[in-house]
Design a binder for this molecule. Structure first.
Ligand SMILES: *Cc1c(COP(=O)(O)O)cnc(C)c1O
Length: 259
């Protein structure tokens, strides 16, 4: 294990991880919230498998990937590692996988087999496919609806005006459970644009909660990445998806788009 290995920029994985945790906690306190009410999901897409294992040993449970192929591969490798540790009488730390990238319908079946939460439901057709696949499972598949708050053409997600209706439709599906909303800040405009995007998404989220359209367990607001997670927490995010600020310089090349 390379817990103490420094990168070129002189910090260790552990230092970056603890620093991100401390910054989340400080942002939560600034906003009058409890640090433990904000979940950190580490985006491992540019990290190595060794880094994932190291973070698991530091107590990190939730990890995200944005490509199905790498998600499935990582989930299998981590399972194997956990099984080996258990065989050797060690404790095998827990892990939960999140899918945060755009999901094609022909990849749904394999994805839901390993995923705790799909953050990127952006159409009724995708939700229906999840419902079809999930019908054979014991527990419903939990999903977030991805919102394209800024309306940028380059972004995935449902237009703000259509979100509540899609959430209500998903809530009628027996085997899919809407748990909340996910959004990303626009590429341009810096932290000011991020803040107005996050505030708007928070309004949509509160509106759906008050209307009851999302059902009883609609309680996740997934916003904030390495460059803007503190602003997101100040705007009410309770789940941040942080990659680079924890991982450091990329350890693996970006996986190709799912074919
Ligand atoms: C890559 C990614 C992240 C993490 O981005 P960083 O800037 O590395 O923190 C978060 N959310 C989504 C949807 C991503 O694709």
């Amino acid at each position: 294990m390379s817990i103490a290995t420094q990168d070129a920029n002189g910090t260790t994985l552990r230092q970056r991880y603890e620093s991100v945790q401390a910054r989340i906690a400080a942002a939560a306190r600034r906003a009058g919230r409890r640090p433990e009410d904000v979940m950190l999901v580490v985006v491992s897409k540019s990290g190595s498998l060794d880094q994932v294992r190291e973070l698991m040993q530091l107590g990190q449970v939730d990890f995200a990937e944005n490509r199905v192929q790498q998600l499935l591969q990582r989930a299998a490798q981590v399972d194997e590692w956990r099984a080996r540790r258990a065989e050797l009488g060690g404790t095998a730390p827990a892990v939960r996988w999140h899918m945060i990238g755009s999901l094609q319908r022909n990849k749904v079946k394999k994805t839901v087999e390993v995923t705790r939460l799909v953050h990127s439901v952006d159409s009724l057709r995708l939700a229906e496919e999840i419902q079809a696949v999930a019908a054979r499972r014991e527990s419903p598949v939990e999903v977030l609806v991805e919102v394209n708050v800024s309306g940028e053409a380059s972004k995935h997600g449902v237009a703000a005006g259509a979100v509540r209706h899609l959430v209500a439709q998903v809530d009628t599906m027996v085997n899919v459970r809407p748990r909340g909303l996910m959004c990303m800040a626009p590429l341009e405009g810096g932290l000011d644009a991020a803040r107005s995007t996050f505030e708007r998404c928070r309004e949509l989220y509160e509106d759906i909660r008050q209307s009851g359209a999302g059902g009883e367990r609609f309680d996740v607001l997934s916003m904030g990445m390495s460059g803007d997670f503190e602003v997101a927490v100040e705007c009410g995010s309770n789940m941040v998806r942080v990659g680079g600020a924890v991982i450091g310089p990329p350890q693996v090349a970006e996986a190709p788009e799912d074919a």
